[in-house]
Design a protein around this ligand. Structure first.
Ligand code: SAM
Ligand code: SF4
Length: 488
């Protein structure tokens, strides 16, 4: 193919990462990255369906692209990702100007489907109901990649989710949990490090249960250790000795890859946060002092209705253990307000737990009914919008108080900052992140490239960020600006 492409991503890091892989496949097929939807030859919308506003945004964007397609019939529009998986044929019906609709299990087919579209002259819809576990290439991280930034990379360690949180559509659109072989993950991190990547983020819906399916498959029905399909492949020798590839072991293995200076991961599930994981975070210098531990609610009855598998007390105990084990730990979370049946007392309990947890930040969401999930059926228990909005405001105030205090506690300290680039509001300053994932805007000392590690003296703090000035360049970047990584 020739021409330019643009990929627009809606949603989470998992989707951002799938988009990098789609971009990698398009470039491997001859297309070049463009930055303007108006002139692009191929437009990919990689969709999310976790909340209803994501649906609205997609259909709004498709409405806008209809007039573009009327003006330039040659432009090709691809809708990929979770919403495509959920809505399937409905997208083609609502937006017949879309050329290709593809689901979450066939990211690797993006280019083939575009070729099929051209050959047949008709729109193509391909939604696979599940991922083929034996095929290592199907993990998005095993495909060619165009990273958004050259110095940091996402690595998928697990796809899908085996939990059944009552509010969540993820298991329906991403399928059951499948862990990527241990050795393949480490090999990918080694390749990334050789390209100059110094920060990796391990991605999965419940990273702490990483390896559970591999262990089950190795043990076989009788409980004895047997060889199985996942042992075949580049990492076979390593896998044979690693019968229980736990997440903690993975953190240690990835963290000790030469050149990797920072390891992050998201998301762990509180019910599965094990002491081994905390120990690995404490011991392995490159694993960052940041834990994103989704709380969802502080009310035990709501947690139970959500099927989260922990109580508020249990959550706080796990958090206390993490803080006791890991020096200088920053903690962030996800909280849903207005889950069906949430009373004033439930909302109050969430405020209390949030205050006690002293979060450094939180993604707070108003509950959004997702058709097909258990909670969406509880229509008569839906919380009125204005009530949910008022609860959200109070929750935000509690989280802002602790995140401001957490940031203020950094004033006067020297922080290691990974530089991302010029600050959007004031281009004379640079922006970056500390190991705790705090945003920092700072005055540079001389020319500093994105991907550098610098020391910043923190002089001031707000709820959302730290401010300061650079005192020293710690490590210069070694990555190239664009990195196509070929799959092995
Ligand atoms: N696997 C992660 C976990 O269990 O923590 C969550 C992944 S989900 C993509 C990210 C967040 O979206 C969740 O933690 C939850 O707070 C929020 N979320 C999911 N479904 C939602 C819904 N129906 N309404 C509002 N927020 C929702
Ligand atoms: Fe959704 Fe729960 Fe799985 Fe997270 S753990 S992806 S919230 S079902």
């Amino acid at each position: 193919m020739s021409g330019t492409y643009v990929v627009r991503t809606f949603g989470c890091q998992m989707n951002e990462h799938d988009s990098e892989r789609i971009a990698g496949l398009l470039e491997a097929d001859g297309l070049e990255a463009g930055d303007d939807v108006e002139t692009a030859d191929v437009i990919v919308l990689n969709t999310c369906c976790i909340r209803e506003n994501a649906d609205n945004r997609l259909y709004g964007t498709l409405g806008h692209l209809k007039s573009l397609k009327d003006r330039r019939p040659g432009v090709e529009i691809v809708v990929a990702g979770c919403l495509a998986q959920k809505d399937q044929d409905a997208i083609a019906e609502r937006a017949p100007h879309v050329d290709v609709v593809m689901g979450t299990h066939n990211v690797h087919r993006a280019v083939d489907l575009l070729h099929e579209r051209r050959a047949s002259g008709r729109p193509v819809v391909e939604i696979l109901s599940e991922t083929v576990a034996e095929d290592h290439e199907l993990f998005p991280s095993a495909l060619p990649v165009v990273r958004q930034v050259g110095y940091a990379g996402w690595v998928t360690i697990q796809m899908g989710c085996d939990n059944s949180c009552a509010f969540c559509i993820v298991p329906a659109v991403r399928g059951p949990e499948i862990s990527r072989p241990f050795g393949d993950i480490v090999a990918e991190v080694q390749r990334a490090a050789a390209d100059g990547v110094t920060e990796v983020t391990l991605l999965g819906q419940n990273v702490n249960s990483y390896g559970r399916d591999l262990t089950l498959r190795v043990r076989g029905d009788g409980g004895g250790v047997t060889e199985s399909a996942f042992l075949v492949g580049p990492a076979a020798a390593e896998e044979r000795v690693k019968v229980r590839p736990l997440f903690a072991e993975l953190l240690r293995a990835v963290g000790s890859v030469p050149g990797i200076r920072r390891v992050r991961y998201t998301s762990p599930h509180p019910k599965d946060l094990r002491p081994e994981t905390i120990a690995a975070m404490a011991d392995e210098a490159s694993v960052c002092e940041h834990l994103h531990l989704p709380l969802q609610s502080g009310s035990d009855s709501i947690l139970s209705a959500m099927h989260r598998g922990y109580t508020a007390t249990r959550y706080l105990e796990r958090l206390a253990a993490a803080r006791a084990g890991i020096d200088d730990l920053a903690v962030t979370t996800d909280i849903i307000v207005g889950f069906p049946g949430e009373t004033d007392a439930d909302a109050e309990a969430t405020l209390e737990v949030a205050a006690e947890a002293r979060f450094d930040g939180a993604f707070t969401f108003v509950y959004s009914p997702r058709p097909g999930t258990e909670a969406a059926e509880l229509v008569e228990r839906y919380v009125p919008r204005d009530v949910a909005a008022a609860r959200m405001e109070r929750l935000r105030a509690v989280v802002e108080r602790s995140s401001r205090l957490g940031n203020l506690a950094r004033v006067g300290r020297s922080e290691e900052v990974l530089v991302e680039g010029p600050s959007r509001k004031d281009p004379s300053r640079l922006t970056g992140r500390t190991r705790q994932n705090r945003l920092v805007h700072f005055e540079p000392a001389g020319a500093v490239r994105p991907g550098s590690y610098v020391a910043v003296e923190v002089t001031d703090a707000t709820t959302t960020h730290l401010r300061g000035h650079m005192t020293e360049l710690l490590v210069a970047p070694t990555h190239r600006v664009r990195i196509p990584v070929a799959a092995e």
